[in-house]
Design a binder for this molecule. Structure first.
Ligand SMILES: Cc1ncc(COP(=O)(O)O)c(C=O)c1O
Length: 444
């Protein structure tokens, strides 16, 4: 079933309204230039753009197979196209690249280590008759802020500044504070309850934190809705690899530093490539960040691990690839958790950041062509993996990343001795310490 679930944020009706799927070129008809030619006749469209041939070549491809695109009303086509143009111009600007490189080094703390987890390796070897892979962790938890999100957030905040935007609807407050941008964070009320320390930190960083009834998906909707109200001076900073084009492409591009560093570090450490890359999948930004560099290396396996929640048959999970169907949500086509009528099925995971009903268009495509594999682990398995890493390596992983770690339990026994596995440790888990404690039996 290919159904279209277009959110109310785009003014196209109720959540769950079934629409016919249109190919993206239907939307391109209204796309136009980078030269503002004054207000259009429709008051809601702030400016109309006319693209010349040379500028058009700077626009990136908006589809991955059938996935991605811009399923948005006309009001948003010009702003999104302008964003695509500005993004591609920045990528080709040596000054922007140099500033980004310096910021990633001196502010974010890159490069992050590729750490050999000796005791974790020994643990899996000990339960697999003394044989198994060498396990390495790509330490995105050591980034400023404690997660991979800052790689993209700082780059997009720089882009917002370059575009002359004053305020940002964002997922990460630190980048906005650094660049002196007004920042509004929309956060699901349920997530605020589960991550109170994050809320406090965002406030200390000067962000306005607005509570949105629901969870992450509702917060994304509210962020876009607010952006639509002020397209001239505000910037919607997508932290997840979802939304209409170019949002997922930008997020992937700015996260791809993870894989680029991994290739270089693997060469330095063992003189080759990794055999298997493993990453958890919420929207797909940390997974694509690690995978993208290796997509053309067919000898490198790419494995995404989704949140199996309380079990795939329980209905309480976020396993979009395993149980989703193709649909449109937040302006793009991807796999999507939806019911027979195209209504979104509320996702669940103990890892708050994995709770999203859709997934990146690019990952959806990699699944279809068989380039990436997907699996899932339960809340319980993720909790066990969290505790295991704490005790064996003295590292506390985010519960999201713990899903990737938990998959080692299935993977290691299938691999040869000495094969190299890289797990993306997407974030650190102090934010989750209370949740893990509350799920731990008193005697442990
Ligand atoms: C530490 C961490 N890892 C993973 C994720 C999942 O997101 P994504 O799949 O986009 O990397 C999140 C989301 O908030 C996160 O905070």
């Amino acid at each position: 079933m290919a159904c279209c679930n277009v959110e109310t944020i785009f003014g196209l009706g109720n959540i769950g309204r079934k629409l016919q799927v249109f190919p993206s070129h239907n939307y391109k008809a209204s796309v136009i230039s980078c030269v503002a030619v004054g207000p259009s006749q429709t008051p809601q469209v702030p400016w109309k753009l006319v693209f010349h041939e040379k500028e058009r070549s700077l626009l990136s491809n908006e589809k991955y197979g059938i996935y991605g695109g811009k399923f948005v009303p006309e009001t948003l086509i010009s702003p999104l196209t302008k964003l695509d143009y500005e993004f591609n111009s920045a990528l080709r600007d040596p000054l922007f690249q140099m500033e980004l490189e310096v910021t990633l080094r001196d502010y974010v703390g890159r490069e992050t280590p590729l750490y050999f987890a000796q005791r974790l390796t020994d643990y899996y070897k000990s339960i697999n008759r003394g044989t198994g892979p060498d396990i390495y962790l790509k330490r995105e938890d050591l980034n400023h802020g404690g997660a991979h999100k800052i790689n993209n957030a700082i780059a997009q905040a720089m882009l917002a500044k370059r575009m002359g935007c004053k305020s940002v609807m964002a997922a990460t407050a630190a980048a906005c504070a650094k660049l002196s941008l007004e920042c509004t964070i929309f956060m699901g009320s349920l997530d605020m309850e589960r991550q109170p320390s994050n809320v406090l930190l965002m406030k200390h960083l000067g962000a306005k934190v607005k509570s949105v009834n629901g969870n992450f998906k509702d917060a994304v909707s509210e962020g876009i809705r607010n952006w639509v109200n002020d397209l001239e001076t505000s910037y919607f900073l997508a932290g997840a690899a979802v939304g209409p084009h170019p949002c997922p492409t930008m997020v992937r591009e700015f996260q791809s530093i993870i894989g680029k560093e991994t290739r270089k570090q693997a060469m330095e450490k063992w003189g080759g490539k990794p055999d298997v890359l493993v990453a958890c999948v919420g929207s797909g930004s940390n997974a694509l960040g690690l995978f993208h560099e290796f997509i053309l290396d067919q000898d490198v396996r790419l494995i995404g691990v989704e949140a199996g929640g309380t079990g795939l048959d329980s209905g309480k999970h976020s396993a979009t690839m395993a149980r989703g169907e193709v649909g449109v949500y937040h302006g793009a086509m991807s796999y999507l958790l939806q019911d027979e009528e195209g209504q979104i099925i509320g996702p669940h995971s103990i890892g708050v950041g994995l709770e999203y009903p859709g997934v990146s268009p690019e990952l959806s495509y990699l699944k279809d062509i068989g380039r990436a594999e997907f699996s899932s682990v339960t809340d319980e398995q993720a909790l066990e993996a969290y505790k295991r890493l704490c005790r064996l390596e003295g590292i506390f992983p985010a519960l999201e990343s713990s899903h990737a770690l938990a998959f080692l339990g299935k993977l290691c026994s299938t691999l040869k001795d000495g094969e190299k596995v890289v797990v993306n440790l997407s974030g650190r888990g102090d934010k989750d310490a209370a949740a893990v404690f509350n799920h731990t039996p008193k005697h442990e």
